[in-house]
Design a protein around this ligand. Structure first.
Ligand SMILES: [Ca+2]
Ligand SMILES: [Ca+2]
Length: 488
């Protein structure tokens, strides 16, 4: 078979990827050296050795495509031999699915376009027949350390220490050791008196279940519409058709089109309509993993002492963001006056405009406080509101099958495009019903109100109303973000 060698040599991939201002450009493949060189830039970066003692980073992974094929396949990365220009450095991972790129020293501000060269793992011969596409996802590092589950608040469903009454005393997680779920001293329990619907099988949280004590990286933002379009366009056609979610005009989601040219006019807005199986597929393809509901609480609260009924920014009152400026652009923001002492988030929009998802990180600007940005302790955005975030729950069998070290390998089931990671629960579920059990929803969404009813408590960090749920569908409110717990 005659191959289009000349065509290939000319188009060596040069593709820009946008994910809330992170940009990859000037992708150049050197088949002699076995490297891919590119420039990367993003905004509002940091590395600090004072609280929260962390940094942000880009999770970078590479796909390759043969000239004769439109299906981008996983390109593994070498264990070493990488270079990054100042101020960046490369942090590798044992399974070679991607790398983290982060500041090499303390600092903050924008990362200007900076050159990075990654040494590739094996590339099939002939070496000069491949295009390469570089993807970058903004992440936040969460250091190892103890933290609290439960806020001591009045959520009907909320973790608490086993011997305390309701509203109870928060439960402190001090290791990754197995946790007993019991209403006795020193154990983990729930305000609801833990009916079977909200407890793990066998009443034990397995030692291998990710509890948030160990360090991990979490996506700075919810998965965006642009990221999901990039994902679909990189799959084989049959996989993309199975995983496509076309919701043009649906609650501010504009994703539309056909393979391999899915598009959205609002790539920076959160991806709603993202069912559990579709989120798992995106995360497997990206080399990431779903977070657990314990990790979600740590992202919000960090090492702080809980505030009863708090939201992600560490306070229990909020200002609703609803007056938009630069709507539909990559500068989309809200201009409402934030009441003193309150945090800022996209919620309460069930019956009033703008009624839908906002740009991820819409409230974060240079100089905003954690309350003004609606940020979690470590700098993750929109943990309260915008889209509900799918997590793996302390509920049912998931608590013993879902392991902390199980990450995506960049490769999906052929044909269906579903994820296929050992131990992840219900990976082929994209509809409501009992089959989605083990996935839960945290943080509330753009449509939720703040109030006393069970539904109106959903925006609170520690609320577990949807922890025993069966919602897996491509619903107007649902989305998520990924984590990675294994790195060198
Ligand atoms: Ca959210
Ligand atoms: Ca896989």
């Amino acid at each position: 078979m005659k191959r289009l060698l000349f065509f290939c040599a000319v188009v060596l991939g040069s593709i820009n990827c946008f994910a809330n201002n992170i940009q990859v450009s000037n992708v150049v493949y050197n088949n002699g050296a076995g490297t891919v060189t590119f420039n990367i830039s993003w905004e509002n970066s940091w590395r600090v050795n004072t609280a929260p003692n962390n940094w942000d980073a880009a999770w970078v992974f590479i796909k390759r495509r043969n000239c004769a094929d439109q299906f981008w396949k996983q390109q593994f990365i070498s264990a070493g031999g990488h270079t990054a220009a100042s101020p960046l450095q490369v942090q590798t991972v044992p399974d070679s699915v991607g790398v983290f790129i982060r500041r090499s020293a303390n600092g903050n501000g924008n990362i200007a376009s900076t050159s990075v060269t990654l040494k590739l793992g094996d590339v099939p011969v002939p070496l000069n027949e491949w295009d390469f596409k570089v993807f970058a996802v903004e992440m936040v590092y969460v250091p190892q350390g103890a933290f609290y589950l439960g806020s001591g608040g009045t959520n009907y469903y909320e973790f608490r220490e086993g011997a305390s009454g309701a509203p109870g005393t928060p439960y402190q997680v001090t290791s990754e050791n197995a946790i007993t779920f019991s209403n006795s001293a020193g154990n983990l329990w729930d305000n609801s008196a833990a009916t079977s619907a909200y407890a793990p099988t066998g009443n034990v949280v397995d030692a291998n279940f990710p509890k948030g004590y160990r360090s991990f990286y979490a996506m700075k933002y919810e998965v965006s519409q642009g990221q999901y379009a990039d994902f679909l366009n990189s799959l084989a056609q049959d996989m993309a058709i199975s995983r496509q979610i076309l919701a043009a005009g649906g609650y501010r989601n504009t994703l539309t089109g056909t393979w391999p040219t899915y598009t959205t006019t609002t790539p920076g807005r959160a991806m709603n309509y993202l069912g559990w199986g579709n989120l798992c597929a995106y995360l497997d393809w990206s080399g990431l993993a779903p977070m657990s509901e314990m990790e979600f609480e740590k992202l919000c609260r960090g090492v702080s002492v809980p505030v009863a009924n708090e939201f992600a920014w560490g306070g229990n009152t909020a200002t609703r963001a609803f007056t938009l400026a630069n709507d539909g652009t990559n500068q989309e923001e809200a201009t409402n006056t934030i009441a003193p002492g309150t945090g800022f988030a996209n919620f309460g929009g069930n019956a009033s405009a703008p009624q839908g998802v906002f740009r991820v990180g819409f409230a974060a600007k240079a100089g905003t406080t954690r309350f003004e940005a609606g940020a979690g302790y470590y700098g993750n955005m929109d943990l309260t509101g915008n889209v509900y975030e799918f997590c793996t729950a302390i509920y049912g069998a998931a608590t013993s099958t879902f392991k902390w070290d199980a990450h995506g390998d960049g490769q999906l089931t052929l044909g269906s495009g579903f994820s296929n990671v050992n131990g992840w629960v219900n990976q082929t579920v994209v509809a409501d019903g009992g089959a989605a059990t083990g996935a839960c929803l945290k943080g509330g969404s753009w449509s939720d109100r703040i109030g006393a009813s069970l539904e109106d408590q959903a925006l609170r960090v520690s609320n577990r109303y949807y922890s025993g749920n069966a919602y897996g569908s491509n619903n107007i409110n649902l989305g998520g973000r990924g984590v990675r717990r294994v790195f060198n």
